[in-house]
Design a binder for this molecule. Sequence first.
Ligand SMILES: *[C@@H]1O[C@H](CO)[C@@H](O)[C@H](O)[C@H]1NC(C)=O
Ligand SMILES: *[C@@H]1O[C@H](CO)[C@@H](O)[C@H](O)[C@H]1NC(C)=O
Ligand SMILES: *[C@@H]1O[C@H](CO)[C@@H](O)[C@H](O)[C@H]1NC(C)=O
Ligand SMILES: *[C@H]1O[C@@H](CO)[C@H](O)[C@@H](O)[C@@H]1NC(C)=O
Length: 597
Amino acid sequence: MVVLGGRVAWACPVLLVVVVLLLQLAGASHVVYETDLLETEAAAATVPPSILDAELSTGYHFRPIKNWINDPNAPMYYKGWYHLFYQYNPKGAVWGNIVWAHSVSRDLINWVALETAIQPSIKSDKYGCWSGSATILRDGTPAIMYTGIDRADINYEVQNIAFPKNKSDPLLREWVKPRGNPIIVPEGGINATQFRDPTTAWYADGHWRLLIGALSGASRGVAYVYRSRDFMRWTRVRKPLHSAPTGMWECPDLYPVTADGRHRHKGLDTSVVSGPRVKHVLKNSLDLRRYDYYTVGTYDRKTERYVPDNPAGDEHHLRYDYGNFYASKTFYDPVKRRRILWGWANESDAAVDDVAKGWAGIQAIPRKVWLDPSGRQLMQWPLEELEALRGKRPVSIKNRVVKRGEHVEVTGLRTSQADVEVSFEVASIDGAEALDPALANDAQKLCSMRGAHVEGGVGPFGLWVLASSKLEEKTAVFFRVFKAARNINSTNNKPVVLMCSDPTMSSLNPNLYKPTFAGFVDTDIAKGKISLRSLIDRSVVESFGAGGRTCILSRVYPTLALGKNARLHVFNNGKVDIKVSELTAWEMKKPALMNGA
Ligand SMILES: *[C@@H]1O[C@H](CO)[C@@H](O)[C@H](O)[C@H]1NC(C)=O
Ligand SMILES: *[C@@H]1O[C@H](CO)[C@@H](O)[C@H](O)[C@H]1NC(C)=O
Ligand SMILES: *[C@@H]1O[C@H](CO)[C@@H](O)[C@H](O)[C@H]1NC(C)=O
Ligand SMILES: *[C@H]1O[C@@H](CO)[C@H](O)[C@@H](O)[C@@H]1NC(C)=O
């Protein structure tokens, strides 16, 4: 074996044992996974020690103690408990051997891990229990629908159902698969390898309906509607709910939101399908792009069709989050009458790093979602429960002007695990840069060409988080304002606001994925104000621009800006001064219970 650094040295024998065990235990179908591990093991020598530092292990984002996780599944509230299931590899920190892990919580912050809820046990899920959703039936029974893989040679996808063994158990510890599975199979020309992720069902006019994501032909993403009277026998509606030429649609989600100004923060039960102020949101996870896109539109339960309000909607590319955020799913919380969004954030390190550190993947902080008063998009905000983790002594800054090229350190607290809220004032946007029309449709490119260090007119201004003492490492989360060219999407010629997360200097470790992430912010900056909130959690920077209009989650792995060495600054690299009207930063505690970690 190659010469190894201290921490890596012990990891390798462990890996070898794992590989040998897997070779003995696993069937032929897992050969790919083992090969990966072997290659991974050979490369483990390149894992820098900082990757293994406990200071990079997230504190308050959901994750199990170890191993790989991906999609959140079947979130629901039942008899006093919030339930979260998720795709999990019980055998390692790379994808494979997927089962449904299960955790429960009273407050969506503290979590207790339970036994695996669903694992391969019948013919129609023998080769995998993939994503799915929960529906609370009319008598209060929860039902889970999920995708099973029932062939070893290809990913032949069918849909199965499971019920709680004991409905009186509020923890829903055991799930049984009734006779008759699979209950939905790919028929009528559906591509069986691209047919998965049943949604929560909704009920109207004596029928249940649910969606299944699919691919039609070579490139059309499709959401098929299935209907049932008894939740067991399902028939496909001939025409899909909706489709677009975007490649496979994974994890579709369709839910109502209210456009009623007085109740706009309220969520609606999934079965509320019509009403004067009811709009629908259709979200799909685009397998090719690996991001979650949505539109706001109208669902017609008679025709079972969905029409986005904006005809260009399917190409308009509104995203829940412009960073690492995928395979998300919402559910309705009947206790606080709100709709809650869960989404998976993968790692941005290398697979060898994941194997060495023993874990990969987190869930983003659950977010409340509601319709923006404009009706054009959603708003998202971390659940209020999270605020219970804020330390007692926040640090605050008020009315501080930050001049051209200046940066102001926020001192007096540890910021490697923190919640920072800041509101900026921009006196005038006269000095804003012109927007190159060629880049007006591509926030990400615009941000990668004009990163945090490139001087602008109004902005870039924002936060440097997880910064090292000499600023060799820092992750920038910032805004940049452009004067709109007259021809750009322009009804009113509003200035264009770009929000970016720029991790290009986040770490001295060269073997990381460090994409700049960016989205436009639909806000009127000419009014002079914009806010930013960043949830910093060691290797997570999860940010909410303009009250939750644009969100970006980045994974970063500093080598110096760890633990007590992580700094926080406000910076302004624009020519025009900006003012921090108010900044409040809290240290964040770890939840008392995080799945046993
Ligand atoms: C079902 O769950 C309830 C509540 O936890 C428990 O009291 C009861 O013993 C359970 N029944 C069975 C058959 O396990
Ligand atoms: C199903 O989809 C896969 C992936 O795009 C494709 O390779 C395959 O050819 C498709 N099969 C059929 C029958 O269209
Ligand atoms: C303009 O519209 C295009 C597509 O319609 C969209 O992708 C882009 O983000 C919009 N640009 C701005 C600055 O809002
Ligand atoms: C997360 O990891 C990065 C880097 O490996 C990939 O580029 C992304 O495609 C991946 N995201 C998802 C949703 O799988």
